[in-house]
Design a protein around this ligand. Structure first.
Ligand code: SF4
Length: 707
């Protein structure tokens, strides 16, 4: 039904997944907003998924908003309302005390891939440039860091080479470790529409579960969890055997092919098929489809990233694009689907514990000096900061004294979450910067800072295809809530640091853009003025860039490595995850459902979205359920070496035998901790990316018995 509009209609971008759909927000006379998809937006052309369509409810409902700063002097006291000055003065005093006594690495910030680029920029500048610690990490560590490391190793830079327009130019989609039909719906609708209009288009889906994405696939490789590298190597072997590789590319534009081809021939396709739990014929068919493709896009997300061997999984997949030369040309390339709306923007400003702005390297003394001179602050510490899991471990060890949690909910989203609870109990000082009163972290806070929500602040975000978009401020934040960048800048000034007196967000963006000059992600030609006029552009965007920026990278087949050649990596396929045994015989994998977003602090507020699945569940194969005498809807207890959850059984032949699935969203926000998947998950991480192994751990399953 058409919505009733007022004169006030402003464009913004959906703040859920990394697809980055354009939204028009209508400011209604009663102070609320309504919304619709933006027909002129190149990403979604007016379409929105169920989550996007209900975004306005999350800001119209202000019943759970934090309205003013609060503080307490010890954890047994109740929180008291205080002024912004009181809250920030005390926080600055405590931070200064710890920094003076224990050094700058005694404090840390844990932020979010939902922060705007400007917010990311100032908090990164504060920590790395002025406090002198690299202890700033974000929940993007739980999402994209394996892809970031793999792009860098393979292409010389954390850079997605293609754009969404390539979807309509491709004839083969290899979707692995992803369920875009539910998690990136609008992007997936483009793939489905393209296939519907072009019957020659093929889709291969690799997933231990037969998800909705599989329903349109020509081939489903239902592999055993964790066997992705073996599968990709076997496909690589068949491509080589069939002569379906791009010899010019592997000879002149890539290095490492010799070692790779030796490695992939170490296992026969039959052996690989047995390990992966699929047929040899299906591996051959997948290779045939890839070999015949004129445009081949590989797509992936958490199934590859959230793994103890996540970087190698990514590299084994990117290899398939490299050996076939399907990169840097229309309709081809490796497309990592970003889980969060601005994980890419966060990386642009160096918002992880091992990065510097504009994808500079912390380990590079020239890069450190460039940034230090530009900021005019302290010498940049060469030691990487604590990653997400390391941060909470350091609180548990007492090495870290203070943590500032900025717009994220680690007490639902972190693996082996009981350790995070212990860590926050032990922390000497906890600042929680949040939008609503639902976050469980508030229980542990010494200071609570109320933040403005989506639509209540302006800024920018970058989606999965390097598209930077401008988000308008449409509403005033309630009470005394402030935009996150403003909070960080006020705190930095309380600490006595110069360089945080920005006139507005445009000034923050201008500084960020200037710092990218002459780097591979150069956006020095970009400003708020241009973004407001063009709405979106793709980086790089140099001074004389085309109006829309740069849709594709590596079209000249020159990569960002020292040799300008892409690197084919011969990576081992050994799985290092916790293995099942007699006591813990099942493999647990976790993931998202269609209508919820992360820890449900926003989507959980919307009745319509809660109707899809009203409560957490465990998906289990009928044969396993029968053996355990579990019926549909029975309460089950899932136990690992770390903890347990109690959820109802959903019996489904769509999952492999011996594997169970838990949705990751539930936690204390909507119910009790008993349904929180991360009570059980493993905090093992990839040794390079430090991304946790959410997709694989050993558990036992039993029907719940009343004590
Ligand atoms: Fe928002 Fe992603 Fe849905 Fe688009 S696909 S409306 S960005 S959640």
């Amino acid at each position: 039904m058409p919505r009733k509009h007022t004169d006030t209609q402003l464009s913004t971008t959906c703040c859920y997944c990394g697809v980055g759909c354009g939204v028009l927000l209508n400011k209604e006379k009663n102070g609320t907003v309504s919304l619709q998809g933006n027909k002129d937006h190149p990403v979604n052309k007016g379409a929105l998924c169920s989550k996007g369509l209900n975004l306005h409810h999350t800001v119209n409902d202000k019943s759970d908003r934090l309205l003013y700063p609060q503080m307490r002097y010890n954890k047994s006291m109740p929180m008291q309302r205080v002024s912004w000055d009181e809250a920030l003065n005390r926080t600055a005093a405590v931070f200064k005390t710890f920094i003076n006594k224990y050094g700058p690495d005694s404090v840390a910030f844990y932020a979010s891939g939902q922060c705007l680029t400007e917010e990311y920029y100032v908090v990164n500048k504060l920590l790395k440039g002025f406090i002198g610690s690299n202890n700033i990490d974000t929940n993007s560590r739980l999402c994209m860091s394996s892809a970031v490391a793999a792009y860098k190793l393979a292409l010389g830079e954390d850079s997605v080479p293609l754009c969404y327009e390539d979807i309509e130019l491709a004839d083969l989609f290899f979707v692995t470790g992803a369920n875009p039909a539910w998690c990136h719906p609008i992007l997936w609708r483009r793939v489905e529409a393209h296939k519907a209009a072009n019957p020659n288009v093929k889709i291969i889906v690799v997933d231990p579960r037969a998800t909705d994405t599989v329903s349109v696939a020509d081939l489903h490789l239902q592999i055993n969890p964790g066997t992705d590298i073996t599968l990709n190597h076997a496909i690589g072997r068949v491509l080589i055997e069939n002569g379906d590789i791009d010899l010019d590319f592997v000879t002149n534009h890539a290095e490492g092919f010799e070692a790779y081809s030796k490695l992939v021939f170490e296992k026969t396709v039959n052996e690989a098929a047995r390990i992966c739990g699929v047929s040899e014929a299906d591996i051959m068919l997948a290779a045939k489809y890839i070999g015949e493709a004129k445009g081949f896009i590989s797509m992936w997300t958490m199934g590859l990233n959230q793994s103890a061997i996540g970087v190698n999984k990514n590299l084994s997949l990117i290899n398939l694009n490299l050996i076939t030369g399907h990169i840097g040309k229309p309709g081809s390339g490796p497309l990592s689907l970003t889980g969060q709306p601005n994980a890419m923007g966060g990386r642009e400003v160096g918002g992880l514990a091992n990065l510097l702005p504009a994808h500079r390297d912390l380990s590079n003394p020239v890069h450190r000096e460039e940034v230090q001179k530009f900021w005019g602050g302290t010498t940049i510490n060469p030691k990487p900061g604590l990653s997400a899991t390391e941060m909470f471990a350091a609180l548990n060890d007492g090495k870290l004294k203070a943590i500032w949690i900025m717009c994220t909910n680690p007490l639902t989203s972190m693996p082996n979450v009981r350790l995070v609870e212990e860590a926050l109990k032990k922390a000497k000082f906890v600042v929680v910067q949040e939008i609503t009163n639902k976050s469980q972290c508030l229980e542990y806070a010494d200071v609570i800072l109320p933040a403005a929500a989506w639509a209540e602040k302006e800024g920018t975000m970058t989606n999965s295809e390097r598209r930077i978009s401008y988000l308008n401020k449409v509403l005033d934040a309630p009470g005394e809530a402030l935009p996150d960048a403003e909070i960080i800048c006020r705190f930095a000034r309380k600490m006595g640091y110069k360089g945080f007196d920005f006139k507005d967000n445009a000034a923050i963006y201008a500084e960020h853009a200037k710092l990218t000059a002459k780097t591979n992600i150069d956006i020095s030609g970009l400003s708020y003025e241009i973004l407001k006029e063009r709405k979106t552009v793709q980086w790089p965007y140099k001074k004389k860039s085309a109006p829309g920026g740069t849709p594709r990278l590596f079209t000249d087949r020159k990569f960002y490595t020292p040799t300008q050649k892409a690197r084919i990596h011969a990576v081992p396929d050994a799985l290092t995850s916790e293995q099942p045994n007699g006591d813990y015989p099942f493999i647990l994998t976790t993931g998202r459902i269609r209508d919820q977003w992360h820890t449900m602090s926003k989507t959980g507020k919307v009745n319509k979205l809660n109707q899809h699945y009203a409560e957490a569940f465990v998906e289990i194969h009928p044969a396993d359920a029968e053996r355990l005498k579990i019926k549909e809807g029975d309460v089950t207890v899932i136990t690992s070496r770390r903890g347990s959850v109690q959820v109802k059984a959903k019996i489904s032949a769509q999952i492999k035998k011996g594997v169970i699935f838990l949705p990751m969203h539930w936690g204390k926000i909507l119910g009790s901790d008993l349904n929180r998947a991360n009570n059980v998950t493993s905090d093992l991480v990839d040794p390079i990316s430090k991304e946790p192994d959410f997709k694989y751990c050993a558990v036992q399953v039993a029907k719940f018995k009343k004590p």
